[in-house]
Design a protein around this ligand. Structure first.
Ligand SMILES: Cc1cc2nc3c(=O)[nH]c(=O)nc-3n(C[C@H](O)[C@H](O)[C@H](O)COP(=O)(O)O)c2cc1C
Length: 359
């Protein structure tokens, strides 16, 4: 099997593993320190079980949605992946092509190739740009202005990365992501100085929707709304930054309740299957971002493989909705879930049990 021929997501993950060196594989699946935040994301998702409603007409299931007026084929976002070009040479441009062909939004990382202006010139948007601050306010303002000028429809600040974490898989091997900084020696002095003043400055200077990525509590979410933030993104960076965080699915209800529907909420962290996405939507997220799924698909076969993976996720979402007795996203609600004890030992790939069984 090659490229985009897989029929299941575990086959995609297997292809990705075959295609990647140990360095690149560990960069993709690894987390910070003990990797407990990575495992907790999966543990959280596995701790919610469905309470389906029966005898509803599900002959037509609609998973389409929108974000700030941008129509989306399904409620999934492709999040920023730094150095994504190590998984497939086309990097952020390949992800952009898949997002455009399939019909979802991409958030492009500032630490991948090609750069944001080249991607914008080559692949039509809409698209969000995520920036790590590598310079002062003047430097940041220049980049935001250029992002607006070349057509980005959203600007994202990642606020869970004020310093770079200790990712032991990378440190132990001396692996340096090509467009990032060396994980144990990075200069994050500008990132470290991002504050609410930065948010106020961006909101007062620029007319582009602002996404704040890395929110984990209701208090911070409320403050974001008060500061005029346009989209709140619940994330622990896929367990790659602060170790021992809550699972993002468990932080989500508190954030949703604080936001009170005033702005859209995105969640990510451990979401690898359509049913995972449906759980996030039941608990009030508007979109779910899938980072390692994006990286695994890119490693399996670039843009066509990513389109194939999204198609499978879409099928999984629609199947889960139909079996829950819901035919449109508005019908997904907390009452369709309850807490349950996880059946599997959680780890970054435990969403693909057939991988372990060798199927
Ligand atoms: C290899 C890799 C690189 C990442 N690079 C970035 C980045 O440049 N900027 C950012 O905001 N988040 C980055 N993230 C975090 C993702 O955007 C997203 O929050 C996370 O992957 C979601 O968790 P999941 O991988 O469990 O789906 C990265 C994640 C991975 C796996």
């Amino acid at each position: 099997m090659s490229g985009a021929e897989f029929n299941t997501l575990h086959e995609m993950a297997k292809l990705a593993r075959e295609n990647l060196s140990d360095d690149h594989w560990d960069y993709l699946i690894g987390g910070a320190d003990t990797e407990s935040s990575v495992k907790r994301n999966r543990f959280g998702l596995d701790s919610w079980v469905f309470r389906p409603s029966v005898l509803n007409d599900v002959s037509e299931v609609d998973a389409g949605t929108e974000l700030l007026g941008v129509p989306l084929r399904m409620p999934v976002m492709l999040p920023p992946i730094g150095s994504v070009q190590v998984f497939e040479a086309g990097g952020g441009e390949s992800v952009a092509r898949a997002a455009e062909e399939f019909g979802v939004l991409q958030t492009l990382s500032s630490v991948c190739t090609p750069d944001f202006e080249e991607v914008a010139a080559k692949v039509p948007g809409p698209r969000v740009y995520q920036l790590y601050l590598m310079g002062d306010q003047g430097w940041m303002d220049d980049i935001i202005r250029r992002a607006v000028d070349c057509g980005y429809t959203g600007f994202c600040l990642t606020v869970d990365t004020q310093t770079y974490s200790r990712r032991e898989r990378d440190i132990a091997k001396g692996f340096v992501p090509p467009s990032g900084s060396r994980s144990d020696q990075a200069d994050f002095s500008y990132q470290a100085r991002i504050t609410w003043d930065t948010v106020a400055h961006i909101k007062s200077e620029f007319d582009i929707p602002l996404y704040i990525k890395g929110v984990n509590t209701g208090d911070d979410a409320r403050r974001c709304v008060e500061a005029g933030v346009d989209v709140i993104w619940v994330s622990n960076h896929g367990g790659r930054q602060l170790d021992h965080t809550r699972a993002c699915i468990d932080a989500l209800p508190e954030v949703v309740s604080a936001v009170e529907g005033r702005v859209p909420v995105i969640v990510d962290g451990g979401f690898l299957r359509g049913a995972d996405v449906v759980k996030g939507l039941c608990l009030g997220a508007d979109l779910v971002a899938m980072g390692r799924l994006e990286g695994l698909a890119m490693a399996a076969g670039g843009s066509p493989a990513l389109v194939r993976a999204l198609t499978i996720v879409e099928h999984e979402i629609r199947t889960s909705m139909a079996l829950l007795g819901v035919n449109e996203l508005a019908g997904l609600r907390p009452a369709l879930l309850e807490r349950g004890r996880p059946m599997v030992i959680p780890h970054v790939l435990s969403a693909f049990p057939l991988l372990e069984e060798g199927y």
